[in-house]
Design a protein around this ligand. Structure first.
Ligand SMILES: [Zn+2]
Length: 45
């Protein structure tokens, strides 16, 4: 599990709520809220 505002590292993250995915391509990137539903909970994809 990862939450927005964290820096969980490179990789694909999938919104727990709606399934939208996003990629972080740098270890210093901050996980944003979901672009679709604005929720804050993700799992590693
Ligand atoms: Zn979502």
């Amino acid at each position: 599990m990862a939450r927005c505002g964290q820096k969980p590292g490179k990789g694909r993250y999938v919104c727990i709520n709606c399934g939208e995915d996003l990629y972080l391509d740098d270890a210093t990137d901050t996980l944003p809220p979901c672009a679709k539903c604005n929720r804050c909970d993700f799992r590693r994809g």
